[in-house]
Design a protein around this ligand. Structure first.
Ligand code: TRP
Length: 361
């Protein structure tokens, strides 16, 4: 586990200071095995083993930056909430809410926009990548297809984090720059008005495996090569069968049964490692070397994953068919979160000079 971007000002430098862990999950798709191994499982484990305050939320206002299909935003919010809860997130322990239920967040984002240099946003990787793509073309403007939502994405993210004075923000490597930007924006505000915001640190776990997808590239929704965790929406086939079918589609070479196979060159083995004990891993390695058939290796992988996932599947399916319960849990989280956000926004507004002219009655 690495703590990125710490400086002398960081609250996290003081190891005895209470930690507040916060992270956002963008609901723009259905969770797959890579999400489970890379984010869901480690986050839930980390919380179970600590007493730190934790805020996990669904960043639906971030989802609409890229996803313009209302049905996907809506269904994915439901599926992701159900997934995290089914996999063991305890909503009594963790404040679990939907970003859009906290109206103070976009309000704070506006205030922070006014303490954020435009030049800082010009340097954001995602924005620069979009511009670079346009510059390769001759017929479009450099900012073609770039919305203000995409450009200002890091400011909304800063509002998510600074609203609750989060100290530790677990993220993937691609998000580190956004946490640095949140620090930058907080620093400008604190210096200009009042030291209101804690400077957050990104937490990146280097030990977490990046799963390979069905086609040998990194497992990612954008490559369409994922193994679904609990199955696609409105399934005609059971979610267990969907997972099994996806595993059977993993691309292998054409080595025959009984031919010795190289485990270190196989995505089946690589995914297996993310679920198995050291003994089981050693055992499958030996079976590869002894020439296990690809079909049998896939079956071993399916069984291994299914042992871990199937206890969660029932709870997932229950929650998906009881959206009222999901909504109640999210509203409970929103009520907890708003106890903080209302106070924090009020402080920010007062700091910038926005407050009642006089007390009425
Ligand atoms: N941008 C993050 C992602 O795509 C999600 C996110 C939104 C987030 N707001 C956040 C993560 C605040 C950490 C803190 O992964």
């Amino acid at each position: 586990m690495t703590l990125e971007s710490t400086t002398a000002e960081s609250a996290s430098d003081n190891t005895s200071a209470p930690k507040l862990i916060l992270t956002g999950i963008t609901p723009s798709g259905i969770p797959h095995l890579g999400n489970y191994v890379g984010a869901i499982r480690p986050a839930i484990e980390a919380i179970k083993n600590s007493n730190d305050d934790a805020f996990f939320f669904l960043s639906d206002y971030h989802a609409i930056v890229k996803c313009h299909d209302p049905a996907i935003v809506h269904e994915s919010t439901k599926a992701i909430a159900a997934t995290w809860l089914a996999c063991g997130l305890d909503p009594e322990r963790v404040t679990f809410y939907r970003q859009s239920d906290i109206p103070e967040i976009p309000e704070l984002a506006w205030i922070l926009n006014c303490s954020c240099a435009k030049g800082l946003m010009n340097r954001a990787h995602a924005y620069k990548a979009a511009v670079d793509l346009n510059l390769e073309k001759t017929d479009v403007d450099a900012d073609h297809g770039v919305s203000m939502g995409l450009f200002g994405y890091p400011v909304l993210m800063a509002a998510d984090i600074l609203m609750f004075n989060a100290t530790h923000v677990p993220v993937g490597r691609d998000q580190i720059q956004h946490i640095e930007m949140a620090r930058d924006i907080a620093g400008t505000f604190n210096h200009r008005y009042k030291a209101l915001f804690t400077l957050p640190s990104a937490v990146v776990d280097d030990d977490i495996p990046l799963l390979t997808g069905l086609d040998g590239r990194k497992m990612s929704k954008s490559y369409n090569n994922t193994i679904p965790l609990f199955g696609e929406l409105n399934p005609q086939v059971s979610s267990e069968k969907q997972m099994q079918k996806a595993i059977m589609r993993i691309v292998t070479n054409s080595q025959l049964p009984d031919e010795p196979k190289n485990p270190d060159d196989s995505s089946i083995f690589e995914i297996y490692r993310a679920f198995a004990t050291p003994d089981e891993i050693r055992d499958l390695r030996a079976q590869f070397e002894a020439g296990i058939a690809w079909g049998d290796a896939k079956e071993a992988l399916f069984n291994k994953i299914n042992d871990e996932i199937s206890p969660y599947r029932e709870r997932y399916e229950y929650l998906m068919s009881h959206p009222k319960e999901l909504e109640e849990i999210l509203q409970m989280g929103a009520a907890k979160a708003r106890r903080h956000s209302k106070k924090q926004l009020d402080k920010a507004r007062r700091a910038i000079g926005i407050k009642p002219l006089a007390k009425l009655k």
